[in-house]
Write a protein that binds this ligand. Structure first.
Ligand code: BGC
Length: 259
């Protein structure tokens, strides 16, 4: 296998998706394989699922993991939609046990953003400008890029909107839409309220929407008037997987070069 072929894993609160990625072109070399995320999503239960994914691909080597939490140096710093036991737990050590893998973990929205900036909708501002990526899934993920460089762990789903006593991701997400059987008008207006706030505080050149909720953009785009250009991600399903693999490749080579 070429050293530019890396396993990317997109860990979500509801599904684990992984596949082999060509990190030079950003394309998937295999179909993505999916497992349900165990509930409760404890470190040991998720490690078991992760190992099943490794075994499915019969893979050893560098693995990129997009994880639905704040991630500092491979350690989870929050647990909004997964088991609280993750807080302070090393993702690379927990997942890497018993397999021949070098794991590089990052926040899942940051992973999706990396793919978007390199191979997708964000390319227009890779050299110049600020781009915010919002992933609309079980939770709301946020990623911020300045001239193509990631500023990690922008927890934009945790914001409080004016006059509200719940965080933004409990007001608007793909899960909130499904749980409440929401029509597109209600969804679009709620999302617009949120994006208007995000635009007001960050003033990006572009907001890219990703995650499951972005694939219906045509159904609600007429309600989005937040004062900033908003586009759906071109790489809808694969962005998190591709971005995690690209990140791991870059980190690994930086580390190898430093030895
Ligand atoms: C988490 C974020 C994550 C987002 C999307 C939120 O609940 O706090 O870290 O990026 O969900 O999974």
């Amino acid at each position: 296998m070429k050293d530019t072929t890396i396993l990317g894993v997109d860990v979500g609160a509801t599904g684990f998706k992984g596949g082999l990625v060509d990190v030079k072109t950003g394309s998937m070399l295999t179909e993505r394989f999916r497992f349900d995320t165990p509930q409760p999503a404890t470190p040991s239960a998720m490690a078991y699922t992760f190992r099943s994914l490794i075994d499915h691909f019969d893979y050893s080597g560098v693995v990129g993991v997009g994880f639905p939490a704040i991630v500092h140096r491979n350690v989870a710093g929050s647990a909004s939609n997964i088991d609280k036991a993750w807080i302070g737990t090393s993702i690379s050590e927990t997942f890497g046990r018993m397999r021949d893998v070098s794991i590089y973990a990052l926040n899942d929205a940051d992973a999706a953003g990396i793919a978007t900036m390199n191979f997708g909708t964000g390319r227009s501002h890779k050299e110049d400008g600020t781009v915010v990526m919002i992933t609309i899934g079980t939770g709301l993920g946020g990623a911020m890029f300045l001239d193509g460089e990631l500023i990690p762990n922008f927890e934009l789903g945790q914001l409080y909107l004016k006059g509200m006593d719940i965080i933004a991701e409990k007001f608007i997400s793909n899960k909130v839409r499904k749980d409440n059987d929401m029509d597109w008008k209600t969804f679009g207006k709620r999302l617009n309220k949120y994006l208007t706030h995000v635009n007001f505080i960050l003033n990006p050149d572009l907001i890219v929407l990703g995650g499951g909720g972005s694939k219906y953009f045509v159904d609600y785009k007429k309600y989005i008037k937040c004062g900033c250009e908003v586009k759906p991600a071109e790489m809808r399903n694969t962005a998190g997987t591709v971005g995690a693999a690209v990140y791991a490749y870059q980190r690994h080579h930086r580390k190898v070069a430093a030895v």
